[in-house]
Design a binder for this molecule. Structure first.
Ligand code: EPZ
Length: 417
């Protein structure tokens, strides 16, 4: 089992290039199933979740080449409709192939994703929305058997709860539905906007009607195209936090600062000095970290995917803070490990109370999920002494070349095989 060894504490100084977005690439890759031709994608991050999605598409008959962050897909022979458990269980976004398979073939058999460390991850909102498009479901032995006997028929659908994945699945499915579909109470994460931009580029007809309402007119086919995926705003936020935490000076490149206004404002309140450019941010840390209370919420609120990371930073504040996790039911798995490094965080329900004034001490640590594992790396960068982080396969699901990027700006970090 690979591990990361980190020697703290030192300041991070220099430039970090942000990779393409994992959470934009995954729905766009699923949406390529709508095509029976050729699609080229660039700026796709080489991370485990992308490899798993590519394996899933290959198991459905897609011919795929993935070299130097570029993906070439040929779907002229794509005709399978069965997404197996062994591929969907490790990467919940596998459920996103359900919409495109139903749109293209009118039937599909897709494994239910099952839960993970951060929550049960149900897909009821996905299925309820698809049934409004005329899909009939049967759940048997952990699989969704889906059929649309009359094909998909456009409809008006209001999501009972804001869901990124359900919004993506329904947008993709509605692209080939007969007539007009209007989706309300949609998630509006930038990754969803990127998906819509991709779909319109291949010839779909999708328009945002208002903030959380979108209208899709069904089309019958889509054309070949090339598309560049947006930057990974969660990776960018992670390195911005690392700069403040180590009282360093980083320039984060290949980003669109207007997409992460909430994170930038929070970091300014905490005491960071920030200069924005068209596609980069220069951030300078501050030895005096101010405490702040926040809650996670759907975009444009503070992202749940940065909750573990900002918690590490708030451990360094002079006074107490609290963070309310309003999206997932079990997303504080990093707290126990941070407390083992000297933090003093207590949990009541879905609120974590952070005491501040923490002097992190290096320790042997266990990663539990993707974003919890990167919070341990951040704490280790600030800790006195050596930390060893186990089970870093969690980290490799969503951070491209993390130790290379950190080493380049002065971190003492190495992967141990
Ligand atoms: C996406 O997950 C992201 N994953 C997650 O990032 C992110 O944390 C999440 O959105 C919230 O922003 C990808 O984009 C691949 P949801 P998703 O549907 O779509 C409940 C990471 O670290 N819900 O918006 O699964 C659900 O349980 C990952 O990169 C239902 O109840 O999130 C959760 O409590 C982790 N029924 C809430 O809604 C449903 O049918 C939000 O989930 C669907 C969701």
């Amino acid at each position: 089992m690979q591990k990361l060894e980190v020697l703290g504490a030192n300041k991070l100084k220099g430039q970090i290039k942000i990779s393409g977005s994992k959470n934009a690439s995954l729905p766009i890759l699923a949406a390529t199933l709508l095509s029976n031709k050729k699609i080229n994608l660039s700026n796709v991050p080489k991370v485990k979740d992308i490899e798993t999605m590519i394996e899933l598409l290959r198991s459905l008959g897609s011919k795929i080449k993935f070299v130097n962050n570029k993906i070439k897909i040929n779907n002229s022979n794509q005709f399978k409709k069965f997404a197996s458990y062994n591929l969907v269980k490790t990467m919940r976004a596998g459920i996103l192939v359900l919409g495109p398979l139903l749109a293209k073939f009118g039937s599909a058999k897709v494994s239910l994703p099952g839960g993970c460390a951060i929550g049960t991850r149900p897909v009821d909102i996905h299925l309820k929305g698809l049934s409004k498009l005329g899909v009939k479901f049967k759940i048997l032995e952990g699989y969704v058997y889906a059929n649309a006997p009359k094909g998909l028929i456009g409809s008006k659908i209001k999501f009972s709860k804001i869901s990124v994945g359900a919004t993506e699945n329904l947008i993709i499915a509605a692209c080939f539905a007969k007539g007009e579909t209007v989706l309300s109470n949609c998630a509006i994460e930038p990754e969803i906007k990127d998906l819509v931009n991709f779909l319109n580029k291949v010839g779909c007809d999708i328009k945002w009607v208002s903030k959380r309402k979108i209208k899709i007119i069904g089309v019958t086919k889509i054309k070949d195209t090339s598309y560049t995926v947006m930057f990974d705003r969660i990776e960018a936020g992670t390195y911005l936090i690392a700069a403040v935490l180590t009282n360093g000076n980083l320039t984060i490149q290949n980003i669109n600062p207007s997409t992460i206004k909430t994170e930038i404002n929070i970091l300014k309140k905490i005491g960071a000095k920030i200069k924005l450019k068209r596609n980069s941010i220069n951030i300078i840390g501050n030895s005096k970290i101010k405490n702040i209370n926040l809650k996670t919420s759907p975009y444009p609120g503070f992202p749940t995917d940065l909750q573990a990371q900002i918690m590490v930073l708030l451990c360094k504040a002079k006074k107490c803070s609290y963070i309310k996790e309003d999206i997932f039911e079990n997303r504080f798995m990093h707290v126990a490990e941070l407390n083992r490094m000297g933090a003093n965080i207590s949990i009541k329900g879905n609120v974590a109370y952070i005491s501040g004034k923490t002097n992190f001490i290096g320790a042997e640590l266990m990663a539990t999920d993707l974003r919890a594992s990167v919070s341990l790396v951040l704490a280790a960068l600030n800790a006195k002494g050596k930390s060893v982080i186990n089970r870093i396969y969690h980290l490799d699901r969503g951070y491209e070349h993390i130790e290379k990027k950190l080493k380049k700006v002065g971190a003492k970090i190495k992967r141990v095989y």
